[in-house]
Write a protein that binds this ligand. Structure first.
Ligand code: ADP
Length: 485
């Protein structure tokens, strides 16, 4: 991989405006999921480094929050422009460390940078209230103020967007930030930090600590009283643990956790659109997204036609190295991820599912590739109907009535994304309102963007990212009563 700007490949910790090694001098390896080759070795932070980062963020906070929203927004716009200028390098870094096809990596950089621009603008729209008072001699005000130092922990499936989606609103609100990027994809995160350095953010406003020991850093982030807010995206299991750990110092938390997205196709759906939507939503990032269709429910009347159309298109998808022309599906992130998909498919087959397409790993391509797969006869009790598959597998269930589809769709502790394809206003409203999900795509399956509120119900999370609501997560409301007037 060659970069136009080689100094975007940073491998150290970014603390207090400068690059430095971990105190213990340790490093860990980052590899290319397609080939298994080592891409780089990056600094391996320990608890003391995390504490340094928090101290820097704490020190920078008074100056940062005292700037005007326009000044903070202007710095964010400078960062946005630099990310845009270096978009191709960021996309190459992403495909190399994460594996997704280059076209998807480019799209993610653009999508991720959308949050920077959006929140640069939203910084100036943080309004308070003047509220009618209970007596004439006083005034009741509600001020919005930054929560303080924010800790962010992000996942590997969207190495750029999951970071910008947290950092941009936090900085816009006047918070300072410490970030622990994922150990599997730290390079995009560090490149973003380098671009932030060049944009001219004051020292300590943004800090980044890469580590191979996430629990050690998580412990510091969740227990240090100087951190006032934790924003986490990742698995539900880790999110619950972090939320419990935050209770000790009553930190605010925003959590974007796992999903188990239903994708419902009704008899009256536009089948071509439904197939297109399912393929876009399912095979993006090889199925490794928390809003990926995890259970596909198809109504009896169109089941056979839908499956035939679907299989024609799935069979045409090319799997391979994300840098190769025409590749639609890259490798899974790790061998463990591939083994998990194999385990889920084997469990389903043992319980009566039938493999219509794929259903196997692709060792001829490498150790982390899995064929796009269509499974029939899937039932709600199988493990892959209850767990996130995080792989390129479409499990098909049949249903008879709308009530049955909704009941089955909602029968999960998760509530992140749901999709359905149907015609007619009455059904569209009915189904959209009945689904217990934070995001609903009605006749559309690519629904995430910076303008819209993204977040889960139930065990899929707390809070929203993106949109005008996303910045509220980083603000406190302060009531001021002006008396004696
Ligand atoms: P995924 O299955 O997407 O890898 P994880 O929840 O394991 O989800 O990882 C998401 C992020 O959480 C990563 O940055 C990872 O390093 C971090 N992480 C994992 N375990 C912990 C932990 N115990 N404490 C803090 N962060 C953690």
């Amino acid at each position: 991989m060659t970069l136009d700007a080689p100094d975007l490949l940073q491998t150290r910790l970014f603390i207090d405006g400068a690059w430095r090694d971990a105190r213990a001098g340790k490093r860990f390896r980052v590899d290319d999921p397609a080939s298994g080759d080592t891409v780089a070795e990056v600094a391996d932070a320990g608890a003391a480094d995390a504490a340094d980062a928090i101290a820097a963020a704490e020190h920078a906070l008074p100056g940062w929050r005292a700037l005007s929203a326009t000044e903070r927004g202007t710095l964010l716009l400078r960062w946005w422009r630099l990310i845009d200028e270096h978009a191709e390098d960021l996309a190459r870094l992403m495909t190399r460390e994460q594996g997704k096809p280059l076209a998807e990596a480019r799209a993610e950089v653009s999508y991720g940078n959308g949050f920077v621009r959006w929140f640069a603008e939203e910084a100036r729209r943080v309004y308070g209230d003047i509220i009618p008072a209970p007596a004439g001699d006083r005034r009741v005000l509600a001020l919005k103020q930054p929560v303080g130092v924010v800790a962010a922990i992000t996942p590997w499936n969207f190495p750029v967007a999951m970071i910008t989606r947290k950092i941009a609103p936090a900085l816009a609100a006047g918070c300072t930030v410490v970030v622990k990027p994922p150990e599997l994809t730290p390079l995009c995160a560090l490149a973003l930090a380098e671009l932030a350095r060049r944009a001219g953010f004051p020292a300590g406003v943004l800090n980044m600590v890469t580590t191979s020991d996430a629990p050690a850093i998580g412990e510091v982030f969740t227990t240090d009283p100087r951190v006032r807010k934790l924003s986490f995206t990742g698995s539900t299991a880790v999110g619950k643990r972090l939320m419990a750990a935050c209770a000790g110092t009553v930190k605010k938390v925003s959590l974007e956790l796992g999903g188990n997205a239903p994708f419902i196709v009704f008899d009256d759906a536009d089948l071509d659109a439904a197939v297109r939507g399912l393929i876009a939503c399912k095979f993006r990032n090889a199925g490794q997204t928390c809003i990926s269709a995890n259970r596909v429910l198809v109504q009896d009347g169109i089941y056979d036609r839908f499956v035939a159309l679907l299989c024609d298109q799935v069979a045409a998808l090319t799997v391979g190295n994300g840098f190769d022309e025409g590749v639609r599906i890259g490798p899974l992130i790790t061998e463990r991820a591939r083994e998990k998909v194999e385990r889920l498919v084997a469990d389903a087959v043992a319980k009566g599912a039938r493999i219509r397409l794929g259903g196997r790993a692709l060792p001829e391509l490498g150790t982390r590739f899995y064929a796009p797969t269509v499974l029939e006869n899937v039932d709600p009790a199988m493990a892959l109907s209850c767990e996130e598959i995080f792989g390129p597998v479409i499990p098909l269930q049949r249903f008879a009535s709308e009530d049955e589809a909704i009941a089955r769709a909602n029968a999960t502790p998760y509530g992140l994304a749901a999709y359905f394809y149907a015609q007619g206003q009455a059904r569209t409203w009915r189904v959209a309102e009945a689904l217990d999900y934070g995001l609903v795509g009605a006749n559309e399956a690519v629904i995430s963007n910076e303008m819209a509120p993204f977040g889960g119900m139930k065990e899929s999370g707390i809070g929203r990212e993106g949109s005008k609501y996303g910045i509220a997560e980083f603000l406190e409301i302060k009531y001021v009563c002006l008396g004696g007037l």
